[in-house]
Design a protein around this ligand. Structure first.
Ligand SMILES: [Zn+2]
Ligand SMILES: [Zn+2]
Length: 393
């Protein structure tokens, strides 16, 4: 089969690789109909994670079951499914408590497994024609309809970014009427803002500096804030003071719910050409009101060979801890346990109450993937979210 293989920083190739084969009775073989390129793939692509060459990328996967092992009871060839990016067993201490993001049995070198990702176990990625699904009964979410119908591109987002954005909003404590600021209008940030609006948030601000992304934020009813035009925190507070503050809120000009959908490759707001890994958390410390909450779903790594300084290369950052404590802010973070959310979000899509595919900008065949990585990485030509269609030529 053909698959997207990581060669070296800034280089991926589409190569002929060995077909996956059922190895355990609990495996299933999936023919991929759609898979996504994720912002988190770019960290590996740029050589910012210590990923070794040879990895087949892709953790946002959906398709049709082709073959199942003898021990698979709930799936049969022809079933249409989407996979959580987390690979999980379903029976370990963390899985049984719902934390499939920290499965204890699937990664021989640590906690938590995933497809096509550095340090997440031996699972090949789904930017390919086929993929092997371990513990298939547990890891497949069944979908109605048929291949490439009008919900295909909504469903593929259930693998990662829709649940991840939703998780960010949950960790940020979003509730009906709440005030929300999302930093980052990449695919996950847009999904966080969209989820906050599904949850009934009152005001939603989205901070970024790429015009196409800010335009998408505006389209879903959020207020876009371009940080290249000045301090985003001051501007959100100004807007709130002009029209948003309710009686008694004078000392609370910020927001109650903050989402970091950027992570460690944050840009310096005063100088967008430069990285400042703690910029977003510094901004959130100023912006989030006392008693508020912050959800961090943008990623931070323990290894970053190209980090801005020595501590950053080891994942250590200087943070306004005193400010967080003084305000009594709750902070939640980490990888999303996709299975906690994917079934209910699927049902919102099926019922026509959510249409997350508004975020997708490009649909491409495998042969165009190297070029798409380059453009998505440069955020040029409106590359907001790219999905791959292996059948397309
Ligand atoms: Zn992803
Ligand atoms: Zn487990």
């Amino acid at each position: 089969m053909r698959a997207v293989v990581f060669k070296s920083p800034y280089e991926v190739n589409v190569e002929q690789v060995e077909d996956p084969k059922i190895g355990s009775p609990r495996d299933a073989l999936l023919r991929v109909t759609t898979s996504g390129i994720c912002g988190s793939d770019l960290h590996m692509y740029e050589g910012r994670t210590g990923a070794s060459p040879g990895i087949i990328f892709g953790h946002e996967i959906m398709g049709i079951i082709e073959e199942v092992g003898d021990g698979v009871v709930g799936l049969k060839p022809g079933d249409r499914v989407v996979l959580p990016f987390n690979v999980a067993c379903g029976f370990c201490f963390n899985c049984v408590r719902g934390f499939t993001s920290a499965c204890l049995t699937v990664n021989p070198h640590g906690v938590s497994g995933g497809y096509g990702y550095v340090d997440m176990g031996p699972y090949r990625g789904g930017q390919a024609e086929q993929v092997l699904v371990p513990f298939a009964d547990f890891n497949c979410l069944k979908l109605p309809g048929s291949e490439e119908d009008e919900l295909e591109d909504d469903f593929v987002l259930l693998s990662d970014i829709f649940p991840t954005g939703y998780h960010g909003a949950v960790l940020a404590g979003v509730f009906p009427g709440s005030t929300v600021a999302v930093f980052g209008a990449g695919p996950v940030g847009l999904m966080a803002a969209y989820s906050a609006s599904l949850m009934g948030a009152g005001e939603i601000y989205v901070v970024d500096f790429i015009p196409e992304r800010l335009e998408k934020a505006r389209q879903i009813g959020a207020i876009p804030i371009d940080f290249s035009k000045g301090d985003p925190v001051g501007r959100i507070m100004e807007l709130r003071m002009k029209s948003g503050l309710k009686p008694g809120e004078e000392k609370m000009p910020g927001v109650l719910c903050g989402v970091d959908a950027v992570g460690y490759q944050a840009r310096d707001t005063k100088n967008p050409g430069k990285e400042n890994p703690s910029q977003v958390l510094e901004d959130l410390a100023r912006l989030v009101n006392p008693t508020g909450s912050i959800g961090i779903v943008g990623v931070y790594f323990t290894k970053d060979p190209r980090g801005v300084d020595d501590p950053a290369r080891k994942g250590n950052f200087l943070l306004p801890w005193g400010r967080f404590f003084e305000k009594g802010i709750a902070i939640g973070m980490g990888q999303t346990p996709v299975k906690k959310y994917n079934a209910i979000l699927r049902d919102l899509i099926v019922d026509g109450r959510a249409k997350p595919s508004f975020v997708i900008s490009h649909r491409i065949p495998l042969s165009k993937v190297p070029e798409a990585y380059r453009k998505f990485d440069e955020r040029t030509e409106g590359h907001t979210k790219v999905v791959i269609k292996p059948k397309m030529h």
